[in-house]
Each structure stands twice: as C-alpha cells, then as structure tokens.
Design a protein around this ligand. Sequence first.
Ligand code: NAP
Length: 285
Amino acid sequence: MKIAVTGATGHLGSLIVKSLSEKIDREDIVALVHNKNHAKDLIKEGYEIREIDFQNVSTLNTALQNVDTLIYVASKTYFIFDRIRELENVLSAMKENHVASLVAMSFIADQEDNPFVMSPFYGYLPRRLAGTKLNYAIAKNSLYADPLIPYLPELIERKGLIYPIGDQELSFITLQDSAEAMATMALKPEILQSRKSYLLTQARSYTMPELGKIMTKVTSHEIGYHPVSVEEFGKIYAPEGDGEELASMYAGGAMGYLHDLSDDFAHITEHEPESMEHFLARNYY
Ligand SMILES: NC(=O)c1ccc[n+]([C@@H]2O[C@H](COP(=O)([O-])OP(=O)(O)OC[C@H]3O[C@@H](n4cnc5c(N)ncnc54)[C@H](OP(=O)(O)O)[C@@H]3O)[C@@H](O)[C@H]2O)c1
C-alpha cells in the first residue's frame, strides 16, 4: 500500500512524512515535492521522491502512478483560482490513476459569510469532494501554534498581542499534532472512508488576554492585549507580503469564526493534543 504526501518539503507535509515513517515502512511512502533542491534531506533519508507541479496536471498524472492513498497538503497561496485549479488537477490525476482514497487539508475558516480571502476555497473543498466517489477524510486545521514562537520577540517588544479580534477566542493546533492526525487518518479505514471533516484543535481556545498571560508566564515578559483595527493590522504586516490577507482572516476571527473546538484529534490519535502552554514552554528559549 503506497501513501503519497504533497508539500513533502513544507512545514506540515514534512512532519506528515515523518509521522507516517513511524507507522509504516519507508518504502510505502512517496514524497511529492515541487522543487527537488528543497528535498535533499528526504533523499538522504531514503524516501522515494516524485516531482510535481500542482499547476501542471501531467506531472501529477505521472507522480500518482501506483499510489493508493493521497495526503493532499495544499500549496500556500492567496489566489483562489490557483488553489481551485490545483485541487482540480489533483482530483483529475487521482481519477486517471485510480487513486481511491484522500486525506485533504482544510482550515477552520470555511463559513459562508467569513471574510477570509481563502474561505471560498475551504467552503468549496468539502462540497467538491462530496460529489466524487472517493474515500476521503478532511483535516480541518485550526490556527497553527508554531508561528507564535518566532513572533514572541516582537510581542515582547510590543508588550502585547495586537490581533484585531476583540473579546473573541482563537483555537490552535501544533503542526506536529496536525501532521500526526493526518497520517493517522490515512491509516485508519473507518476514518479514511468516512467522507467527513475532522476539526483539529487543542483542548481549549483562548481570549487574547488569556493567551498573553500564558506567554507572559513562558517568557517572563509582560505580554498583554492591545488590539489594533483590522485595517491597521493589514498595514503593519503589509511588508511581509500577506498583511491584508491575514487581516481578512482575523476579521473572521472577530466574528467568532476561529474559535471552535472539538475532540476529533483525541478521537483520531487516541491521545490528547499538546497544550499551548506546554508547546510554548518546550520551544521558547
Ligand atoms: N492553519 C494555519 O494556521 C495555517 C497557517 C499557514 C498556512 N496554512 C496552510 O497550510 C498549508 C501548508 O502550510 P505550510 O506551512 O506547510 O506551507 P509551506 O511550508 O509553504 O509548504 C508548502 C509546500 O507546497 C509546495 N508547493 C508550492 N507550490 C507548489 C506547486 N506549484 N506544486 C506542488 N507543490 C508546491 C512547496 O514546495 P516548494 O517549497 O519546493 O515550492 C512546499 O513543500 C498551506 O496550504 C497553507 O496555506 C495554514
């Protein structure tokens, strides 16, 4: 049985490959990579590498030969048409190669009136899959906890979080936990065949003063909550290239769309997700 993973050189995909390798033989894993130069470690570790470009269906047609299950981690883009073309190319190549099963990555911000620029894609994905004959399971991630670690020095300097979400809460999951859940979803037939979405979150969500309190404890620096407006947030992070897009995500957060919780992670993996405090303390130096 061969399981292929897209985005295998990325943050999430590389951890899915690692998690799979702890559960099944390396020969049964295919790492689908975009730029082979980013795959040196995977090659050194002996993984089978196949090159793909999501935007070029013929590369997918070749790469998905003799694959039984695909774990689809989408590329990072804010262009809806690119993302939909990418998904359509993936589904077309799966059909061409009779790949019967799919674990697909999604995101918590999929509500129909969510202003997040990528929410149309996350609304499209489950409806599109429902019209196929595939066995599938959708891993709906909450916010990744991991980017908070490199963000801490800036928060210490600002003396507070600035997310424009008012008194709403945010839900998080670590990349490692998300990866473990997605690898496990590919291996448990009752989940893989369920044609359902699974929301991956930690056990609790946080208001920003609550999150700041944990960060204060972990860093020994005062981190409070000094929210800026959605517009200001977009301007502050515009130099990083995706300020406006992130601002649109937090505008959805202010509507209460980033705070749902579920025990799906524990149901899938049979253990609790890592808590925010444990994760921050383990990674902050
Ligand atoms: N839940 C959250 O809080 C959250 C936060 C950030 C992102 N996300 C989403 O989570 C997903 C994974 O994030 P990540 O941090 O793992 O992203 P990442 O590290 O940027 O990884 C993306 C992977 O996709 C590959 N890729 C890019 N363009 C491709 C193409 N045309 N064809 C095939 N592969 C391509 C990249 O390969 P190369 O590097 O070789 O191009 C890379 O391996 C993304 O869809 C992103 O939008 C979620």
